[in-house]
Design a protein around this ligand. Structure first.
Ligand SMILES: Cc1cc2nc3c(=O)[nH]c(=O)nc-3n(C[C@H](O)[C@H](O)[C@H](O)COP(=O)(O)O)c2cc1C
Length: 410
């Protein structure tokens, strides 16, 4: 068995897999199942500040439009979900405290870390005393760490909307919150934001002593889907977040770019991780801890166990330790030099490369023969090339499931 222990925030986690904040951290049953499935840590659903009579609550922050989550498979988008979940007002600091107290003995029994989670929403930003009071309430339940997540429902639209995207505002908004958090915190504090926020504000955060980051994607993924029978969008308005596997490559890049900012912080990442391979890949992009949510909502808690087991087997079969893979891909991903040498190596004349078909391996599916240039056709249920038409784009190679076609240097 490989050693899956990871250090993050000065604490040892038994493995790098975390049940991310959200519905997975909202009920006792969901938390217990993540713990029993073997997670290294579980994060609580974010609490919310109580709406105060004097303060207008943010438009969508205190509602729970139902159904809140719609998987989009039947609309042609596999492994994707629309989340229309506001932060439920009834999940107050007192509720989170009570949930942590209830789940802690089970977590302890399974050597699983418990991460509290707060939304520094506008009410907290306006009322730091209330924020500190709620944070103290939550910390009195003795979580191992506390995470702060700025959700798109709670950040000014100027920050998140593509038209404006003013990340300086986050810095202004979060600095006093983190300052207050560091005053109150007795446990490691995690800043959970999207990549561009870290790219802009990492120094501010570390300057305030926040040295645990969780890079995820949130605000930038607005979108909707129209049900063509009713001719109506599944959810109206722009504030709809799509979660799922499509986030994986974007988050790989954001995670790598965050890791490349320096080594003065520990890094967790979530977004689009659906398998052990995805988790291993994210670690190669610099994450010490990998958190999952949507894939577990889809496949159930068993996915956690499968992923942890498979990471163990993968490392074992290669004789590798986790610290030999974490961040391995980052230098290449973030380096202009690596990009340029990649281009120099691959920028071959078309005649320098061609598709070669191993006929014994061809299963006759005909996908490669969809070549828009007429570079491949089918004869007797086998693929054949027409090099005079081929532009050497590589599509045939990439669609060939049995790997019967490979692009080869001539
Ligand atoms: C329905 C839903 C609710 C969420 N609520 C919260 C939340 O309250 N606080 C938080 O920090 N993150 C929340 N998240 C974000 C997740 O923790 C995670 O960072 C994100 O979903 C990306 O991971 P995934 O692609 O594995 O889902 C939520 C995610 C989903 C899908």
């Amino acid at each position: 068995m490989a050693n899956l222990n990871v250090e993050y925030g000065g604490l040892v986690f038994k493995n790098p897999i975390v049940a991310a904040s959200g519905p997975l951290g909202r009920t006792f049953e969901a938390l217990k199942r993540s713990i029993e499935a073997g997670c290294g840590a579980v994060a609580l659903k974010s609490n919310n500040a109580k709406p105060k009579e004097t303060v207008e609550p943010p438009p969508s922050a205190h509602i729970f439009a139902r159904p809140a989550h719609t998987f989009l498979g039947k609309y042609g988008l596999k492994n994707m979900m629309i989340n229309w979940e506001g932060v439920p007002v009834e999940f107050t600091a007192e509720k989170q405290k009570a949930m942590i107290e209830r789940i802690k003995p089970i977590a302890k029994e399974h050597d699983c870390r418990v991460i509290a989670n707060m939304h520094p929403d506008p009410m907290y930003v306006e009322d730091i005393a209330l924020f500190k009071q709620d944070m103290r309430t939550i910390l009195s339940a003795k979580p191992d760490l506390i995470e702060f997540c700025v959700c798109p429902y709670h950040i000014p639209h100027e920050v998140t909307y593509p038209e404006t995207q003013d990340y300086d505002l986050i810095d202004e908004m979060m600095a006093p919150v983190y300052e207050a958090a560091m005053e109150v915190a007795e446990v490691p504090v995690i800043a959970k934001h999207n990549g561009p926020i870290f790219h802009r504000s990492a120094e501010t955060f570390t300057g305030l002593g926040v040295t645990q980051f969780h890079v995820t994607e949130g605000p930038q993924f607005y979108g909707t889907v129209v049900d063509i029978e009713s001719m109506e969008p599944l959810v109206p308005g722009p504030a709809v977040i799509t979660y799922g596997a499509h986030r994986r490559p974007i988050m790989n890049l954001q995670c790598s770019r965050t890791r490349a900012l320096g080594d003065g912080f520990d890094l967790m990442s979530s977004g689009g991780v659906w398998s052990a391979n995805d988790a291993i890949e994210r670690m190669m992009c610099g994450a010490q801890l990998v958190a999952l949510h949507t894939a577990v909502q889809y496949h159930g808690h068993e996915l956690f166990t499968k992923i942890i087991t498979r990471i163990d087997e993968w490392l074992d079969s290669r004789g590798l330790e986790l610290d030999q893979i974490v961040g391995k891909a980052v230098p290449q991903i973030v380096s202009q030099e690596a990009h340029d040498s990649f281009m120099r190596e691959r920028n071959r004349p078309a005649e320098g490369i061609r598709p070669v078909i191993e006929l014994d391996d061809c299963n006759g599916c005909g996908l490669c023969a969809n070549c828009i240039h007429g570079g491949i056709s089918m004869r007797d249920k086998k693929a054949q090339t027409h090099l005079e038409n081929c532009v050497r784009c590589g599509v045939c190679d990439s669609v060939c499931v049995p790997n019967a076609i490979t692009m080869q240097v001539q």
